[in-house]
Design a protein around this ligand. Structure first.
Ligand SMILES: [Zn+2]
Length: 118
């Protein structure tokens, strides 16, 4: 499952960062997840809550910020927001297929709170 490996990587990176700064407990992690990644927030949250047991992130809250898909048309130079589909294929203005996905592929930690409580 895609989400399980992402959750485990999130915990790994957050723990490393936490220890590096001399703390031993993570209280919250905020992540940005683009809709074009195909990651299901509910599945990620579930995996995170299972995997965090026994780690520095044990009592951490995972906050997920979804980033909408945005495309840019190379032909008419317009930017548009994607709908529910995961991938933006076609410009809604001129129907060109020369479209670049400019946002929605994000998958990173944007904020983290740590403490040194036991
Ligand atoms: Zn266009």
């Amino acid at each position: 499952m895609h989400e399980v490996s992402i959750a485990s990587e999130l915990i790994r990176v957050a723990t490393l960062e936490c220890n590096k700064n001399g703390y031993n407990k993570i209280s919250s992690i905020k992540v940005a997840i683009g809709k074009a990644t195909g990651v299901m927030p509910d599945a990620l949250l579930f995996a995170f809550n299972v995997l965090k047991e026994g780690t520095a992130a044990e009592s951490a809250i995972l906050v997920i910020e979804e980033i909408p898909i945005k495309g840019f048309c190379e032909k008419c130079k317009k930017e548009f927001e994607g709908n529910n589909s995961y991938i933006v294929f076609q410009c809604p203005f001129c129907e060109s297929f020369s479209v670049n996905v400019v946002s929605g592929k994000e998958l990173n930690i944007i904020e983290m709170e740590v403490s040194d409580e036991n």
